[in-house]
Design a protein around this ligand. Structure first.
Ligand code: HEC
Ligand code: HEC
Length: 89
């Protein structure tokens, strides 16, 4: 049977996992579901994230929509920026 201490460890583990799970999504802005970005929601569904990401930097660059100065390395946009929840998915 479970001892009290085992139970405490399980609770602690659940809290840590939940925290790690939630942290990146809450701190990084999501890709908005607007007219500009809607085509990429389709593309992610059909061709995957890697295919969609190739297009981000046609607008998101120094001359277009600039990144915040402290932006981290941007090798994989959708790894950090989750797609906004949509009614259809
Ligand atoms: C056609 C141009 C264009 C393309 C392509 C594009 N974006 Fe954007 N993006 C914009 C513009 C303009 C804004 C700012 C206004 C807005 O929110 O629509 C923006 C805003 C954002 C934001 C910030 C939203 C916020 O909360 O402020 C994120 C994150 C983002 N884009 C991610 C992406 C990713 C990831 C891709 C590739 C899948 C992408 N964008 C492709 C034009 C583009
Ligand atoms: C390593 C994680 C990471 C990657 C990869 C990444 N970003 Fe970001 N991005 C962030 C963080 C963190 C911020 C600052 C917090 C925020 O506003 O989301 C940010 C901010 C932004 C913003 C401004 C959001 C706002 O609310 O003003 C845009 C636009 C953006 N990123 C687009 C992109 C695009 C396009 C790519 C791919 C070329 C990309 N990011 C790749 C982590 C990442």
């Amino acid at each position: 049977m479970l001892k009290k201490r085992d139970f405490a460890l399980i609770v602690l583990a659940v809290i840590i996992v939940a925290f790690l799970w939630a942290a990146p999504e809450e701190s990084t802005s999501r890709v908005p579901y607007d007219d500009t970005h809607r085509p990429y929601f389709e593309m992610v569904k059909k061709e995957g994230k890697k295919a969609a990401e190739k297009h981000c930097e046609t607008c998101h660059n120094a001359e277009g929509v600039p990144f915040p100065a402290e932006h981290p390395p941007k090798f994989r946009c959708l790894f950090c920026h989750k797609l906004e929840e949509t009614p259809s998915s």
